[in-house]
Design a protein around this ligand. Sequence first.
Ligand code: ATP
Length: 235
Amino acid sequence: MLLEVAGLDLRYGATHAVKGVSLTVGEGEIVTVLGANGAGKSSLLKAIAGAEKPTGGTIQFNGRDITGRGASQRVRDGLVLVPEGRQIFVSLSVEENLLMGAYTRSGAEVARDAEEIFDRFPNLEARRHAPASVLSGGEQQMLAVGRALLARPKLMMLDEPSLGLSPIVVDQLFDLIAELNAQGLSILLVEQNTQMALEVASRGYVLELGALRAEGTAEELAADASLVEAYLGNA
Ligand code: ATP
């Protein structure tokens, strides 16, 4: 397994946000984590990325225990997070935002990779010197993905990338996720858009109040009407 999370626990003071969650992502897989607002999905991803310190459990990535490693070391290891809300710096240019993704790297390869990302996203290339505030929500999400790609990840974690985007843009985003996966990138996708997530993923986990409520193949989860009704809504 590329990522192996075992018994992960995270508390914020009295709030027990993640309760002994175990999950895996295999090389080349798309795995989704579903759940209602406040289920602990973002907390789980932040703990895996090293942005929050877990209060228990272990995280193995690419054959090594990374539980105690710092966030930027994990980026160097090939584990990146595209955070909820994209976290674009709107006063910086599109290019400056993109290059931030390469903060763990240096050298001529970075410039070459940035050009490749601009080739992939012509809308970003057209505005590379403009402030990122001119981008639409969908373009900002593409920029957040491009920035993460600049770290040359093995595994990309995406936290609710479809949030606030129109249906057409959501379709484009999921096409991009499938395309990146076809090119070899492994993906851990947190979504409230259950239907789209289960279409693109091969397996999924359902979180409820911080604990795993269900896991299975995307087909199994999609076919479980009671699960969809009780925990996932019809988003
Ligand atoms: P959403 O989709 O709304 O982001 P989520 O499933 O990602 O929900 P989390 O954001 O991980 O859920 O929140 C899980 C629980 O932890 C919630 O009760 C939330 O209020 C709490 N929580 C999240 N971040 C913090 C924090 N920094 N300090 C204290 N409590 C927090």
